[in-house]
Design a binder for this molecule. Structure first.
Ligand code: ATP
Length: 204
């Protein structure tokens, strides 16, 4: 089994690429999805968050008030560290479990989608790493449309992340997502073919 990393800036098209890869037969494990799963009411991370930050971070249905948590950690690096220390180990454990399940189910390629892969230096054990890249104007426009943000807010989100140039240097494959979905799918197919060819080469 090949454990492939998939990353890219905010709204660059990671989820879209992951969906195409899934359609082409790969198994997907998405760190964003897992990070929501581990904080569902009653889960260990949920209990730890309520103990650390108080009941005021809960909504009436007992789910986390994400906006409130974001506001708390926004200007408080210590609170951010505490929250990450609660969530990250649980996400890693759940990811390892899902990857094992997919491997046992016989998938040849398992793709682990991690938005801040390079920022967190989390690429160990993931090979190859695919980067979804797009021009900043396209990225900002997609972010504005999808999340109904204004241009300045979208720009701030983009600038808070590692630069695309730096990410390009760290990636094994780069998928350029500035064009149509058809163009994107063609590139995804090409990369998957290369990964499968490399895997089947003797001595790889
Ligand atoms: P995030 O980091 O915020 O989770 P993401 O990297 O997973 O985002 P997507 O959600 O896949 O990005 O894409 C962002 C938006 O851009 C979505 O609304 C998606 O439908 C759209 N999009 C992505 N690629 C294309 C494309 N080639 N053509 C048209 N729309 C696209």
């Amino acid at each position: 089994m090949k454990l492939v990393g998939l990353t890219g800036g905010i709204a660059s098209g990671k989820t879209t690429v992951a969906k195409i890869l899934e359609r082409l037969g790969a198994a997907i494990v998405d760190a964003d999805v897992l990070s929501r799963e581990v904080v569902e009411p009653g889960q260990a991370a949920w209990h730890d968050i309520v103990t650390t930050f108080g009941h005021e971070v809960l909504q009436s249905d007992q789910t986390l008030d994400r906006q409130k948590l974001r506001t708390i950690i926004f200007n408080n690096p210590n609170a951010r560290k505490q929250l990450e220390a609660i969530i990250h180990p649980r996400v890693r454990a759940l990811a390892a479990e899902r990857i094992r399940e997919h491997t046992e189910a016989g998938y040849a390629v398992v793709v682990y989608v991690v938005p801040l892969l390079f920022e967190g230096n989390l690429q160990d054990g993931l090979r190859p790493v695919i980067l979804v890249a797009c021009d900043i104007n396209v990225q900002r426009q997609r972010l504005v449309e999808r999340d109904q943000l204004d241009r300045t807010a979208a720009q701030k989100h983009i600038e808070a992340q590692m630069s695309l140039e730096e990410k390009r240097r760290l990636a094994d494959y780069v998928i350029e997502n500035n064009g149509s979905l058809e163009d994107l799918e063609r590139q995804v197919r090409d990369v998957l073919t290369k990964i499968n060819e490399a895997t089947s080469r003797p001595g790889y």
